[in-house]
Design a protein around this ligand. Structure first.
Ligand code: MLT
Length: 211
């Protein structure tokens, strides 16, 4: 039952009513299939919407262009965040969904953060796994207590601890309700990421608060 929309994607309908849908955003080199198992673990029964990033880096799908590792093409970040927000609007209409909570990993976490900066109405909240500051400017709008969980790794070779802490500060100053945990791990996901995300989503997603 996947509709033809502006992003290649997978959609799994909810089996439990009232839970916020999840928008699953994969890391570099992933695709629309990658995070479905994680989504099922952290929000059993929630609708899952999982697009594939449109940018190809030597064949590896991403959600925006980068100039080097950790150095983003900022104009592309802005354009791609707006494009993804439009996809979310399309998908909400096609599948009759409430505003989703993003669950993004690495590059997917960074585009989710960029959505918060530019298109906060697109999301009801976000779980940002190994995220960085996506843009130099402050978020454009008040984030109106949107819940955001940031999980970082103290040994992450890609995301400096200071950068993740800055993201938490910037989102908090813009009005988001931010929880930031630094785990004793690297860039990859651990069981602690799954457990903490599930606990946080149990509170944040039921009942689906923002329509
Ligand atoms: C990015 O480019 O978004 C970050 O460096 C994370 C990554 O995809 O490696």
């Amino acid at each position: 039952m996947t509709a033809a929309l502006s992003f290649i994607h997978r959609f799994e309908p909810a089996t439990v009513p009232g839970l916020a849908p999840l928008l699953l955003l994969h890391g570099t080199g992933g695709d629309e299939n990658d995070l479905l198992p994680l989504g099922r673990l952290v929000a059993p029964g929630a609708a899952l919407l999982s697009p594939r990033g449109k940018v190809s880096e030597g064949g590896a799908p991403r959600f925006f262009r980068r100039l080097a590792e950790g150095v983003f093409d900022e104009e592309d970040v802005r354009r791609r965040a707006d494009e993804l927000a439009e996809f979310i609007r399309e998908a909400r209409a096609a599948y009759d969904l409430a505003a989703p909570i993003a669950v993004g990993f690495s590059n997917g976490a960074n585009i989710a953060a960029a959505l918060m900066y530019r298109q906060p109405d697109a999301l009801a909240g976000a779980v940002l796994l190994r995220a960085m500051v996506p843009l130099p400017e402050a978020p454009a709008r008040d984030l109106a207590s949107r819940p955001v969980l940031i999980l970082s790794g103290s040994m992450d070779p890609i995301v400096p601890e200071e950068n993740a802490a800055r993201l938490a500060t910037v989102l908090g100053q813009a009005g988001a309700d931010v929880a930031h945990r630094v785990l004793p791990t690297g860039h990859g996901l651990s069981q602690a990421d799954v457990n903490l995300s599930k606990q946080w989503l149990d509170k944040a997603s039921a009942p689906a608060a923002r329509g």
